[in-house]
Design a protein around this ligand. Structure first.
Ligand SMILES: Nc1nc2c(ncn2[C@@H]2O[C@H](COP(=O)(O)OP(=O)(O)OP(=O)(O)O)[C@@H](O)[C@H]2O)c(=O)[nH]1
Ligand SMILES: [Mg+2]
Length: 336
């Protein structure tokens, strides 16, 4: 290969020598790699994993610039720690809360913003959007204009939060450019930084999303990944539970209510997942072979299951959660 050409869909370096290696294309005249071609045209997917160090070095490179950074997160999977990136990226940063459409309409934008602002984090702006519904992107563009420090603006965030989808939408809405980034419901779609010129004053730089080791998406098959990722407004389901009753979500997670008064559990997960409720958990053994964690949940907290969604529990409760040992769970003050 004499001069390096990158795939315009995912940023990988194109090569025509080894079918088994990333960046393969049958012909270097092509603009995208075979993996992107297959994702775009057939919805096929091939797993590529990056090492943690590779992400960190991408973040550090961004940190060396003074450019504005858009930090994208998914409202259903709000990062536990919204400041972990700060260690590497001290830049001016706008927090973009995407996938508003997945939450019930009754959840107000203002409430979500207040929730974040109460944490006193250091963001220039906090913006709720839905890329799919084209919601609030005019405001995002305005805020970018106000806060950008140069032409370049980086787009970072965990895998699957919708970074490439957002940029594609901004291209459609605000640019003459016709480049199209590859998007997919599966983790690790974008493989390298990709620069996209929106106009003479703005170039967005798409980056590969960090694959969180604690996300359930890493431990289920692609069919289940699609089921777990909501593409419609979630219809939350509320269960009034007494102790010794349980909720089981699609053979993925079991929650036993082991101590507390009659209590209300509202499940916010994709509508495609089946939820079962057991009136007497001691008779049922399903999923009890999975890893168990016991939580003492305080009044007004959510139990979050990384990658899947969350359960809002009204009163204090002691629960046993059974789930794959690699998947992280935690509690937080109720989002909704
Ligand atoms: N419901 C909903 N889904 C969205 C929205 N935006 C993106 N998605 C979906 O989220 C999934 C991931 O989108 P991508 O744009 O590939 O995500 P990414 O952040 O670029 O992911 P990586 O390249 O792996 O880091 C796709 O299935 C998108 O359709 C949104 O506003 N609402
Ligand atoms: Mg991407």
């Amino acid at each position: 290969m004499s001069n390096i050409k990158r795939c315009s869909g995912c940023g990988v370096i194109l090569q025509d020598e080894n079918v088994l290696q990333e960046g393969y294309t049958t012909n270097l005249e092509n603009d995208i790699c075979q993996r992107c071609f297959r994702m775009k045209n057939y919805g096929e997917y091939q797993v590529v994993t990056k090492k943690y160090d590779e992400y960190i070095s991408i973040f550090k490179e961004i940190g060396k610039t003074k450019d504005l950074v858009l930090y994208i997160t998914d409202l259903l999977n709000l990062d536990k720690d919204l400041e972990s990136l700060r260690e590497y990226i001290p830049n001016k940063m706008i927090l973009v809360l995407n996938k508003k459409d997945a939450l019930p309409k009754s959840v107000k934008k203002r409430k979500l913003i207040e929730y974040i602002k109460n944490k006193n984090l250091n963001f220039e702006d906090v913006i709720v959007v839905s890329v799919n519904k084209n919601y609030n992107l005019d405001y995002l563009i305005k805020s970018i204009k106000q806060n950008q420090t140069s032409k370049n603006v980086y787009v970072v965030g965990n895998t699957n939060v919708g970074k490439s989808s957002l940029i594609n939408r901004l291209i459609k809405n605000y640019s003459e450019n016709n480049q199209e980034l590859t998007m997919s419901p599966l983790p690790a779609t974008t493989l390298n930084n990709v620069k996209i010129e929106i106009n003479n004053h703005l170039t967005l730089i798409d980056t590969p999303g960090l694959v969180e080791p604690g996300s359930i998406l890493n431990y289920v098959d692609p069919k289940m990944v699609k089921k777990i990722s909501p593409n419609k407004e979630i219809k939350p389901k509320t269960y009034q539970l007494k102790k010794n009753q349980s909720i089981v979500i699609d053979d993925l997670v079991r929650i036993d209510y082991i101590e507390g008064e009659k209590n209300s559990f509202t499940v916010y997960v994709s509508n495609d997942l089946k939820i079962k409720r057991y009136l007497n958990s001691s008779n049922k053994e399903d999923l009890k072979d999975l890893n168990k964690t016991t939580y003492d949940i305080k009044y007004g907290e959510d139990l979050v299951i990384n990658g899947l969604g969350f359960i809002k529990i009204v009163d204090k409760a002691k629960v046993d959660v059974y789930i794959d040992k690699n998947v992280s769970t935690f509690t937080r003050k109720s989002l909704i």
